[in-house]
Design a binder for this molecule. Structure first.
Ligand code: XMP
Length: 509
């Protein structure tokens, strides 16, 4: 198994970022809620306590049981984690007199402390706390201070236990990664061998062992996660992996054929199933966005269930679940409220009774891409913009018809191809075209027209949770909008959509 840094989460918005930074050092880490510390700590080399929206002074504040951790592993408390350690051992934590948010500088650094080795005098750090440690317990020593925060960091005598009141994981702590490296490499003695290559090797070996000669079924979507999961499984079990790629009639222009071909080129045992009529017939008369999602989701389940049944003796269902989905489902805060139902509801179909294998469930999205690259997967698959499961179905506002799918496919194709041609495709995180449910008056030649309006959208984002509109060049927008109006029959107006998320969302439905 991997040498592991255990991160105990107290609900901070930055917890995932700590994990990202540790993994950037090629050290494996896992986030667990503070009150669900794993029993088996045999792979653990060190522990980090995260920040929290709570104050240690609240009666409801999260209190971890560190009896199996303290003095047994190197320990680093960040912000709330540091304040908890101080208070729990008899120190004093009180509300800060002055605001301690934003940039500060480490004016005092104890260079004998291994944690701070290599950091420069006045190094910039990021503070974000309403409380501050006023007095430390006797055996706790200050190792760094800022002008307004005397106890910016401490170490406990005779043990590798540290606390810092700033956030080393955020970008604005310019030498934060030096500190984290000091902790995980020099103090915890992790060997930094968790690389994409080693991940592929150990995962493939583990999958071989787990799956033996069993058959596995996997639904490919054309997206990065299911594709990388498929290639890993293919390396492990070859033809025993049965992939199913469903055409729901709501894919981009030529996407079904193009993606199917590239899967076949990769050697996958993949069956393309054209179920577009079923989906489009099912959507007749359905206008409400969530109702559309349900029709599409349920039809997918029916089609997939039928196809999975055709594979004799299949034992496993493989899924491309990634780590943020796992963290979300076990988080301290609980699964967040559903704004759009991205997952299906309803009765359990037969294929869901299969055993589940999720080879990517410890990885973040960009790590999935890195793994894909080390396995030589083509950029055509790895660098694609995210595309929602219900596809163009939620980009045709109101009722979906074959004719409207065709119009939107043409518009979308011109837009996406234009982005590629002008080297803008990789500059934006996601791009899309939306067919609005209104007609507008135009003039073409001497003719009055009364036709569709389309909206184009391109956004920058890191995870789709928040997003800002991309400032695409005016010349580009002029060029593609002209091309769309000239080439797509039925469209006489193009608008560019400039709301950010929040308060808007990325999709329109
Ligand atoms: P929103 O519109 O919620 O989108 O800002 C955030 C990200 O999620 C994608 N999205 C979906 N993906 N099924 C999916 O698989 C869905 O029903 C769905 N709705 C939105 C959206 O494309 C964006 O990347």
């Amino acid at each position: 198994m991997n040498e592991t840094i255990l991160i105990l989460d107290f609900g901070s918005q930055y917890t995932q970022l700590i994990a990202r930074r540790v993994r950037e050092l090629n050290v494996y880490c896992e986030i667990h809620p503070f009150n669900k510390i794993p029993e088996d700590l045999s792979d653990v080399k060190g522990v980090i306590l995260s920040g929290s929206p709570f104050s240690v002074r609240d009666s409801e504040s999260p209190v971890p049981d560190l009896s199996n951790i303290r003095k047994k592993f190197p320990l680093l408390g960040v912000c709330y984690g540091a304040q908890f350690l101080a208070q729990d051992n008899g120190g004093e934590v009180l509300p800060s007199k002055i605001r301690e948010y934003g940039r500060a500088n480490l004016g005092f650094i104890d260079y004998d402390s291994l944690l701070l080795r290599g950091m420069t005098h006045n190094s910039q750090v990021w503070m974000s706390h309403g409380d501050t440690i006023l007095n430390l317990p006797d055996d706790f020593n200050i190792i760094t201070s800022t002008e307004s925060v005397k106890v910016a960091g401490f170490k406990v005598d005779n043990e590798e236990t540290y606390g810092i009141q700033f956030h080393p994981e955020v970008y604005h702590s310019t030498e934060g990664s030096i500190l984290l490296k000091n902790f995980v490499v020099d103090i915890c003695k992790c060997s930094q061998d968790w690389t994409p290559d080693s991940f592929v090797e150990t995962t493939v070996t583990a999958l071989k062992e787990k799956l033996g000669n069993d058959k596995v079924v996997l639904g490919l979507s054309g997206g990065v996660d299911s594709s990388v999961a498929a290639i890993l499984l293919h390396k492990a079990i070859g033809k025993n992996l049965y992939c199913i790629f469903v055409d729901n009639g709501l894919l981009r222009k030529n996407e079904f054929e193009d993606v199917l071909h590239s899967y076949k080129d990769l050697g996958l045992n993949v069956k393309g199933v054209d179920a577009s009529d079923r989906f489009l017939d099912g959507l007749k008369g359905v206008e409400e966005p969530e109702a559309k999602r349900k029709v599409i989701g349920n039809t997918f389940i029916d089609v997939f269930d039928h196809e999975a049944h055709l594979i004799q003796d299949v034992k496993w269902l493989a899924q491309g679940t990634i780590y943020p989905d796992v963290i979300e489902s076990i988080s301290v805060k609980g699964p967040s409220a559903t704004i759009k139902s991205h997952h299906n509801v309803g009765g359990l179909p037969d294929f869901m009774k299969l055993k589940v294998v999720e080879p990517l469930n410890t990885l973040f999205k960009d790590e999935v891409r890195r793994i894909g690259r080390t396995m030589d997967m083509p950029s055509f698959i790895l660098d694609r913009h995210p595309f929602p499961g219900p596809g163009l179905g939620i980009r045709i506002l109101g009722e979906v018809s074959r004719e409207r799918v065709k119009i939107l496919q043409e518009v979308d194709h011109i837009f996406i191809q234009g982005l590629r041609d002008d080297n803008l495709y990789n500059e934006v995180w996601q791009s899309l075209a939306v067919l609005l449910p209104v007609n507008s008056v135009g003039v073409m030649g001497d003719e009055r027209t009364y036709e569709n309006v389309v909206a184009l959208r391109a956004v920058g984002s890191t995870d789709g949770m928040t997003a800002d509109w991309s400032h695409l060049p005016y010349e580009f927008l002029a060029k593609v909008s002209n091309k769309i109006i000239n080439q797509v029959k039925g469209v006489n107006r193009v608008v560019y959509y400039i709301s950010s998320k929040p308060p808007s969302t990325i999709e329109w439905e």
